[in-house]
Design a binder for this molecule. Structure first.
Ligand SMILES: NC(=O)C1=CN([C@@H]2O[C@H](COP(=O)(O)OP(=O)(O)OC[C@H]3O[C@@H](n4cnc5c(N)ncnc54)[C@H](OP(=O)(O)O)[C@@H]3O)[C@@H](O)[C@H]2O)C=CC1
Ligand SMILES: CCCCCCCCCCCCCCCC(=O)[C@@H](N)CO
Length: 325
């Protein structure tokens, strides 16, 4: 009797799972897509350092025509040279500040129609809001968020007229601090959360042009920018951010490139990031019915896990404040 009811419930469970899978396979939108990069124009901002440089290197070695944009000309030249040495390929370099719309437009027009736009430039100066200068807060919002608006707005006309009409991509570098707010990151998290709203709305606007949006969520990553950040990072910021491991720029670039080539909207980069992305999926588009299935099944339990993280984080904050007394 017991055996029979176990068999019955297993069958029922199997039936519901399969029905859900089939249902999700029918409804997930936008449809899955592949974005090739070989022989296509990949334009990467912040391509002279860290994650952007690693991305430029990998895209070039996969046969893409790469352009990189940043402010400092010397570092752009150095990046060009190092990419030439490691891949034998030449990248085009453009010096502009993403905060200057006219300069961005000029660079993008000079570079020619873009197939894959990677908005990777970013600045991060962690500090408690109460003591952080207004100028520094605006700096992060301007470079990370407004700068990304400038880039996309400048690149869209050319992207719509891209030569091969094949799938195009706009990939945006967020951060795990753009999925969950972290102590010391009020301005930075706000700038990165802002990118999520931008990306979700933008995807609906450009799907008709066969352009696909990806949002990339790295954890702490070993880069020149991160080394600078660490010089003044509040201790609590480091303690909480350590909940997710750290990565090398090359590894993040590889995840980012694979994610955008697969047309994934949400691109996590490490093990913790995979669960964080499921826990914060919200109403983001999901092209993969398998991932959609996992999101549905795991939602409840991951909310519990998320609350445990908050319990742990508030415990760390309590302890830290207690010791400082
Ligand atoms: N490293 C990390 O721990 C993490 C980083 N990220 C994100 O990844 C991205 C890259 O970070 P990372 O590689 O560490 O950064 P780096 O500081 O190493 O490099 C930043 C790049 O952006 C360029 N840049 C900065 N400001 C501007 C600007 N106003 N206009 C044009 N270009 C600019 C820089 O060149 P120049 O100064 O010459 O302009 C440089 O090429 C950022 O968006 C960051 O928020 C996300 C999660 C973790
Ligand atoms: C439910 C499952 C939860 C999974 C674990 C969640 C862990 C979240 C950790 C957030 C770390 C934020 C790092 C920001 C790095 C960054 O952007 C700076 N280095 C500046 O560039």
């Amino acid at each position: 009797m017991a055996d029979l009811s176990i068999a019955f419930f297993s069958l029922l469970l199997l039936f519901f799972s399969l029905s859900l899978l089939v249902f999700l396979a029918f409804i997930v939108r936008p449809r899955p897509v592949k974005v090739p990069i070989k022989n296509r124009h990949v334009f990467i901002t912040g391509g002279s350092s860290g994650i952007g440089l690693a991305l430029a290197q990998q895209a070039a070695s996969e046969g893409a025509k790469v352009s990189i944009l940043a402010r400092n000309t010397g570092r752009l030249e150095d990046a060009k040279e190092s990419i030439r040495l490691s891949t034998g390929r030449d990248v085009a370099i453009f010096s502009a500040d993403v905060r200057d719309y006219e300069a961005v437009k000029k660079a993008v027009e000079e570079a020619g129609p873009i197939d894959v736009l990677v908005c990777n430039q970013g600045v991060f100066v962690p500090q408690e809001l109460e003591t952080q200068d207004i100028e520094e807060i605006k700096f992060m919002i301007d470079v990370n968020l407004t700068g990304t608006f400038h880039l996309i707005k400048a690149a869209l006309p050319g992207m719509k007229n891209r030569a091969d009409r094949g799938p195009g991509s706009i990939a945006i570098m967020s951060s795990q601090a753009g999925q969950v707010g972290i102590y010391g990151y009020t301005a930075y998290s706000a700038s990165k959360f802002g990118l999520k709203g931008l990306a979700e709305a933008l995807q609906q606007e450009v799907i008709g042009e066969n352009i696909h949006v990806s949002l990339i969520f790295p954890p702490d990553t070993e880069t020149p920018g991160f080394a600078e950040e660490n010089k003044r990072r509040p201790q609590l910021t480091s303690i909480l951010a350590a909940s997710s491991g750290s990565m090398k720029a090359d590894e993040v670039a590889k995840k980012a490139l694979n994610g955008l080539k697969s047309g994934n909207f949400i691109v996590p980069c490490n093990f913790e990031g995979f669960f964080l992305s499921i826990a914060t999926a919200g109403l983001s588009p999901q092209r993969s019915f398998l991932m959609a299935f996992i999101e549905v099944i795991a939602a409840g339990i991951l909310r519990v896990v998320g609350l445990c993280f908050q319990w742990n984080w508030y415990g760390s904050i309590d302890k830290f404040l207690e010791e400082r007394k």
